[in-house]
Design a protein around this ligand. Structure first.
Ligand code: IFM
Length: 445
């Protein structure tokens, strides 16, 4: 638990009234109870030797499926306004699967914590494939079923989590499920996810939902130098990570040159993809420094980037690194949000930070406190600069199954002992609880 000397000294500036404070998780990373749902592409992937670094699977994970009451009690004690979880498509499709989310949502409502449901967080049912256009239509059917069941209590919805990462890691580089190494031939997977997003927005609206967003991963791209070759490579990277996933939603167009690479009737699809959103979710972790290709493989954040890519990722020097090796750059969040505001103007709806966090070991996780404190202050600077930000969600409530890294990366405010499944709040949990209490204190005088 936080002690006074674990607390950063400067008072945190106050966020606007009604600002939504929360924490995020995802189904595959915490639920376990894999036998009580159908298989997903992640089950198949983790079963292949060598895919997950510590050889683990998410069969049990945090066993949240059976321990959700304990986890909701942790949320209530933390004092968050909202909890972002994801619905597992394969569980929803399994007999009785939606009953679990019914129970979870009831428990959250009884605890006064607002449920925020993500409809796709990478655990695609085995047998479906984002390279197939039909998967988008299947997604919309599943979304209608979930909204029909939970929409009387869940108001706030997220269609997809990080289609950029799912495309890049899962389909282009093959380090995540489904493990394909298609490089630029992976682009149809991005288009079909974006189409699925647009169809899901329509399905949610048809079910009467009026608070719909997405959780897109974004970060500033910094050129390695002023050299034109580095600048060009950085622009290209920005296009792949940021613009390819934001432009279609916010402007109804792909960046120049990208639309021609996408399958199907792209113009008609873009009308669906650009369905107006109530808010825009941003997952922010760090900026990326990018230069011209160097003709060699590069190790970057646990991923090997092949030599043939038209860019190379370079180290950001002089910054502390998280245990994952990601640089800690809070001002990147201010830069990202003010840059988005400049780029998209009034087409950018209110923003919610749907993920921000870091992996560190230990219960006395002062590094995590420093990371989160710095990023919340950076977010406030974006608010002061005129960006309409409505919420902030820490990734994550619990240490969990960090995809290809297995259980080796600990992003939680709450420590999980994966042998006993015991939960122990870390110092950062106490820090966040104090921050929320402080933000709600009514100023005197
Ligand atoms: O754990 C992931 C999450 O599933 C998606 N966003 C990034 C997190 C940390 O890698």
């Amino acid at each position: 638990m936080a002690t006074d000397d674990a607390m950063p000294a400067k008072p945190m500036p106050r966020f606007p009234d009604g600002f939504l404070w929360g924490v995020s998780t995802s189904a595959h990373q915490i639920e376990g109870a894999a036998a009580l749902r159908g298989p997903s592409v992640w089950d198949a992937f983790t079963a292949e030797p060598g895919r997950v670094k510590d050889g683990s699977t998410a069969a049990v994970a945090c066993d949240h499926y059976h321990r959700y009451r304990e986890d909701v009690a942790l949320l209530a004690d933390l004092g968050v306004d909202a909890y972002r979880f994801s619905v597992s498509w394969t569980r929803a499709d399994s007999p009785g699967g939606l009953d679990f989310y019914d129970r979870l949502v009831d428990e959250l409502c009884a605890a006064g914590v607002r449920p925020v449901a993500t409809l796709f967080h990478w655990d695609l049912p085995a047998g479906l494939d984002w390279l197939e256009r039909d998967t988008a239509a299947r997604f919309a059917e599943y979304v209608s079923a979930v909204a029909g069941r939970l929409g009387d209590r869940v108001g706030k919805w997220i269609t997809l989590n990080e289609p950029a990462e799912h495309t890049l890691l899962g389909h282009a580089l093959g380090t995540h499920a489904p493990g394909r190494k298609l490089l630029f031939d992976a682009l149809p997977a991005a288009h079909h996810q974006l189409l699925a997003h647009g169809l899901a927005v329509r399905a949610l609206r048809a079910a009467g939902m009026a608070d719909v967003g997405i959780a897109n991963s974004h970060g500033p791209t910094w050129p390695a130098s002023d050299d034109p070759a580095d600048r060009e490579a950085a622009e290209f990277y920005d296009l792949l990570l940021n613009r390819m996933f934001a432009d279609p939603l916010l402007t109804g167009r792909y960046p120049e040159g990208i639309g021609d690479l996408m399958p199907g009737d792209v113009a008609a699809d873009l009308e669906i993809i650009a369905e107006p959103l109530d808010w825009y979710g941003v997952n922010y972790y760090a900026p990326t420094r990018v230069g011209a290709p160097q003709g060699a493989e590069i190790e970057f954040g646990g991923v090997t980037l092949p030599a043939e890519l038209p860019f190379s990722v370079r180290e950001i020097e002089g910054r502390p690194l998280t245990d994952f090796g990601w640089p800690v750059v809070p001002e990147g969040l201010t830069e990202l949000l003010t840059g988005f505001r400049e780029r998209y103007g009034d087409r950018l709806p209110p923003v919610v930070i749907t993920e921000n966090g870091c992996s560190y070991e230990g219960l006395d996780d002062r590094d995590r406190i420093a990371y989160l404190d710095g990023h919340v202050r950076a977010l406030h600077r974006a608010v002061e600069a005129g960006v309409d930000v409505r919420g902030y969600f820490v990734w994550s409530l619990l240490d969990n199954f960090e995809w290809a890294e297995g259980y080796a990366r600990r992003f939680g405010l709450v420590h999980v002992d994966f042998a006993t499944l015991e939960r122990t709040p870390k110092a950062s949990y106490g820090w966040f609880r104090d921050l929320l209490a402080e933000q709600r204190r009514v100023p005197v005088g």
